[in-house]
Write a protein that binds this ligand. Structure first.
Ligand SMILES: Cc1ncc(COP(=O)(O)O)c(C=O)c1O
Length: 365
């Protein structure tokens, strides 16, 4: 238990097991596990250590400072930054031994000039936009720049990659994106410019598009235990649990409105438990009156608006409840899934996990 009364438990063996499941699936392809956004809310440093020990080949972060943080915390192994390389950050890439992502010609030229002038040759991956319309050089419109970039000396062009926009919901759109990427790779191969490591597959593509595995795959959410639709037999186990504790108990009269705005009114004499968990912990207020939590083996409805630091739970029907009793908010059973919270809020499980705040200690078990 954490001193604050609410905490995030991270199941190290589930995390390692999920990496091994992906390894079984993709064979000897390299695996880059995404640990950006503090390891999808699980805690980046311990997550990175665990997945690397379980056989991941490298970890990926979005921002350079996330990579620097991992290095400073003693994470060894390859760390790849996925945000576009900016020349101002060059010293940081060198200092923290980070692999860069290049998304435009001027950045590539600056990186190359540094290497040619005798500075450290950075390892870099070139990002190609095949339909996500977010980052990178367009596979056809920017063909000339792509070839110029990959011809630049002074850079170790280790990889080239693209990212799918709809790997989870549109097989055809994903195939079209992949065909465009393959066409580019063939052309680069013909010209002797193809970097050795091409990659495209996020979690959904790992399960739904084996043709897109190439030399490396980039799972994020699957490693945290959430398979894409249609792959529930993948053997992945959710890694994160959100736990809390009964901090206060009281009886309220029938008719008593509970919490801000009185959105829930006690329909009978009601026993309320207060849990020290609220939107200040990244547990969204939009869940108010829309979830149940497990206390002493029984699902109990959350009632009234979720506050910044607390939420109330109706425990009237519990035969036994005491201060200090454990409450499960996210847990291994389907009724306690993070997906149910995502559904409540009409969002995706990624957002539920990433939003869990820094005030919640991450306890690796
Ligand atoms: C470039 C890139 N690759 C891979 C991933 C992993 O995606 P997923 O968590 O769906 O596996 C992400 C996640 O946003 C990403 O931005």
């Amino acid at each position: 238990m954490s001193a604050s009364g609410s905490w995030v438990e991270v199941d190290r063996s589930a995390l390692s097991g999920n990496v091994r499941k992906i390894r079984e699936r993709v064979g000897n392809r390299q695996i880059l596990v995404l640990v950006k956004a503090d390891g999808y809310g699980h805690g980046a440093v311990e997550t990175a250590r665990t997945v690397l020990a379980a056989g991941a080949d490298r970890v990926g972060v979005a921002r350079i400072h996330e990579g620097a943080h991992l290095r400073r915390s003693g994470v060894e192994g390859v760390i790849q930054v996925l945000e576009p390389f900016h020349p101002d950050d060059l010293p940081e890439y060198v200092r923290f031994d980070l692999v860069a992502t290049v998304c435009d010609l001027p950045a590539a030229q600056a990186m190359s000039a540094h290497g040619v002038a005798g500075g450290c040759r950075l390892k870099a991956h070139l990002k190609i936009d095949t339909g996500m319309a977010r980052l990178g050089l367009h596979d056809t419109h920017d063909r000339e720049s792509i070839e110029r970039i990959l011809s630049l000396p002074g850079v170790d062009w280790e990889g080239i990659f693209t990212h799918f926009a709809r790997a989870d919901d549109d097989m055809d759109a994903t195939r079209r994106q992949f065909e465009r990427f393959e066409a580019l790779l063939s052309e680069l191969e013909r010209k002797g410019l193809r970097p050795p490591v091409a990659h495209a597959a996020n979690s959904a593509a790992i399960f739904r598009h084996p043709e897109a595995w190439l030399q490396m795959v980039r799972p994020g959410i699957a490693v945290y235990g959430y398979p894409p639709e249609g792959a529930s037999d993948a053997g992945l186990v959710p890694v994160l649990r959100l736990r809390s504790t009964v901090r206060h108990l009281s009886w309220k009269d029938e008719g008593q409105p509970v919490s801000y705005g009185g959105t829930w009114i006690a329909p009978r004499r009601t026993r309320l438990a207060v849990l020290p968990l609220g939107y200040g912990d990244g547990f969204w207020r939009g869940n108010s009156n829309r979830l149940s939590v497990e206390i002493n083996g029984t699902m109990c409805p959350q009632v009234g608006r979720i506050c910044m630091d607390q939420m109330m739970v109706d425990v009237t029907d519990l035969a036994q409840v005491d201060l200090g009793d454990a409450a499960w908010i996210i847990g291994p059973r389907p009724e306690l899934s993070a997906e149910r919270l995502a559904r409540n809020l009409d969002t995706i499980v990624y957002e539920v996990l990433c939003d869990l705040g820094r005030r919640l200690e991450r306890v690796f078990i």
